[in-house]
Design a protein around this ligand. Structure first.
Ligand code: ZN
Length: 139
């Protein structure tokens, strides 16, 4: 069995963003030389997500509205977590809602997606460098 590991770095200037990272994962898959197996992609930080959905701007706007409704950034005093001196209590909850990782099947050297599926990095507390781990195993 072959094994491949890579860290992808992101430095998002805004507090929140959704970034399509599908082409970067496809590059990792090519580098790995693996044609049958599994790819794990996970955020290595507890205020960021990796998830799969459609690359459609209206949907991404809807996510933003939905997440702000469930866990608004302001007022920051609403979060007990922020008593630590941080202001990212909302970002931890948004990350939990959008998920930590995805696993994608690899078939015949390609990411074996369903229709319209794309992989996204979700940032909820930007302004600093963060990592995504890519681990691919197989033959
Ligand atoms: Zn925090």
């Amino acid at each position: 069995m072959k094994s491949y590991r890579k860290e992808l770095w992101f430095d998002v200037p805004t507090r929140r963003a959704f970034i399509n990272i599908t082409s970067q994962i496809q590059t990792c898959l090519r580098e790995s030389g693996i044609t049958e197996g599994l790819a794990l992609v996970n955020a290595m930080h507890i205020t960021a997500s990796v998830f799969i959905n459609d690359d459609e701007s209206g949907l991404h706007h809807d996510y933003e509205v939905f997440l702000e409704r469930l866990a608004p950034h302001e007022p920051t005093t609403n979060y007990r977590h922020n008593l630590t001196g941080e202001d990212n209590g909302d970002a931890h909850i948004k990350r939990q809602l959008m998920g930590r990782e995805v696993v994608v099947a690899i078939t015949k050297g390609k990411l074996d997606f369903g229709p319209w599926e794309q992989i996204f990095y979700g940032e909820f507390d930007g302004g600093r460098r963060k990592r995504v781990l890519v681990k691919i195993i197989g033959e």
